[in-house]
Design a protein around this ligand. Structure first.
Ligand SMILES: *Cc1c(COP(=O)(O)O)cnc(C)c1O
Length: 349
């Protein structure tokens, strides 16, 4: 079995609601900062002090409790290499992935030489602590938890994360909080983490902050736990554009707050429309909504694409037959999507 990341090819024009990006773009202040980069800054290896200090202030942790990464993807890869190294056969180290899940967990665990143990969610996509606990074995080295989950938008209770981490002291528990900006809970700086040294928390600046193309993420945890990941990440992994704009993006809290509020409103109007169209969906704590169009899924995706609205087919994910994931960005974009969706669902080809 191969675990390659499925790269989605999408036209450059039209409404991109398939990768959970910030549909408004980055803060205008980020662009100003990019314009001010000097020739020397482009020529010299970057310094990360300002970026680390901005992230440490924003999340309320010490500088040695965070690791900047080239997007959170690199944090996932670093965790996989750190936890699964020396994975060698015949007793291969295992990574537990709760499915449906973000593709990169299996892709990175596989690349690091580990084997993947898939644990399904419960009925209705609720997280099953018991199933994860039952999957933990002597070869478990890494456990990926996504909070809120992608593609379902569902939350994992903090107590579940703590129970799993306690039950697997020999494994690294990677809590992916890529969408926590849109939820009202986060484990970063949570004092309860002091009881579970094997937990690290990943964040990205790609989604709420709109820096997906600049590639900026961070992993948080105890210095001694992060040390294994630090050994994997190359010293100049974050490029100067990301390093310079990160403090600017984090500083523009008005822009961030505006965007998070737009997403909340977008979800509300999307739910209204789906209710009216009698389409089943899962209430989401992220910036996207998973909706079940059943046997109509293919027609809906194609009909939206014909109207230049691109959404993500998740129907081949475990338990997601007929499901489509729709990014909820700014309200104006959501309204455009909903107009197209009504046309498609209510008959027109
Ligand atoms: C988007 C996403 C990431 C990756 O973020 P980057 O910073 O762009 O690499 C990680 N985890 C999940 C669950 C995501 O959806």
């Amino acid at each position: 079995m191969t675990y390659e990341y499925e790269r989605v090819v999408t036209p450059s024009t039209g409404l991109r609601l398939h990768l959970n990006e910030n549909t408004a773009g980055c803060s205008p202040k980020v662009l100003d900062a990019l314009h001010r980069i000097t020739r020397e800054q482009a020529a010299f290896y970057p310094d990360y002090d300002a970026a680390i200090s901005a992230v440490s202030t924003r999340f309320g942790v010490a500088a040695d409790e965070l690791l900047l990464t080239n997007g959170l993807d690199e944090g996932i890869l670093a965790a996989a290499v750190a936890a699964l190294r020396n994975a060698g056969s015949p007793n291969r180290s295992e990574a537990i992935v709760v499915v449906p899940a973000f593709d990169m967990y299996a892709a990175c665990a596989d690349a690091a030489g580990g084997s993947i143990v898939q644990v399904p969610l419960d009925e209705g996509f609720t997280f099953s602590t018991a199933r994860v606990l039952a999957a933990i074995g002597p070869r478990t080295r890494l456990i990926f938890l996504t909070n809120p989950n992608n593609p379902t938008g569902q939350i994992i209770a903090t107590d579940s994360v703590l129970a799993i981490a306690k039950a697997a002291p020999g494994a690294l528990v990677f809590v992916d909080e890529a969408y926590a900006d849109f939820a009202d809970q986060s484990l970063v700086a949570d004092p309860r983490l002091s009881a579970v040294p094997n937990v690290v928390v990943g964040r990205t600046f790609a989604k709420a902050y709109g820096l997906a193309a600049l590639r900026a993420g961070a992993v948080f945890g105890r210095p001694e736990t992060l040390a294994a990941l630090r050994r994997v990440v190359p010293p100049y992994s974050i490029n100067v554009c990301a390093a310079i704009t990160l403090p600017v993006a984090l500083g523009d809290t008005a822009y961030y707050d505006w965007y998070v509020a737009q997403v909340r409103e977008s979800k509300a109007i999307l739910y209204d429309t789906l209710d009216r169209l009698r389409v089943r969906y899962w209430t989401s704590a992220a910036n996207f909504v998973l909706a079940d169009f059943g046997t109509e899924a293919g027609r809906v995706i194609a009909g939206l694409a014909a109207r230049q609205v691109y959404v993500r087919d998740r129907s081949r994910d475990p338990g997601c037959e007929g499901c489509v994931r729709i990014t909820t960005g700014i309200v104006e974009h959501t309204r455009t999507c909903l107009e197209a969706l009504e046309e498609v669902v209510c008959g027109a080809a």
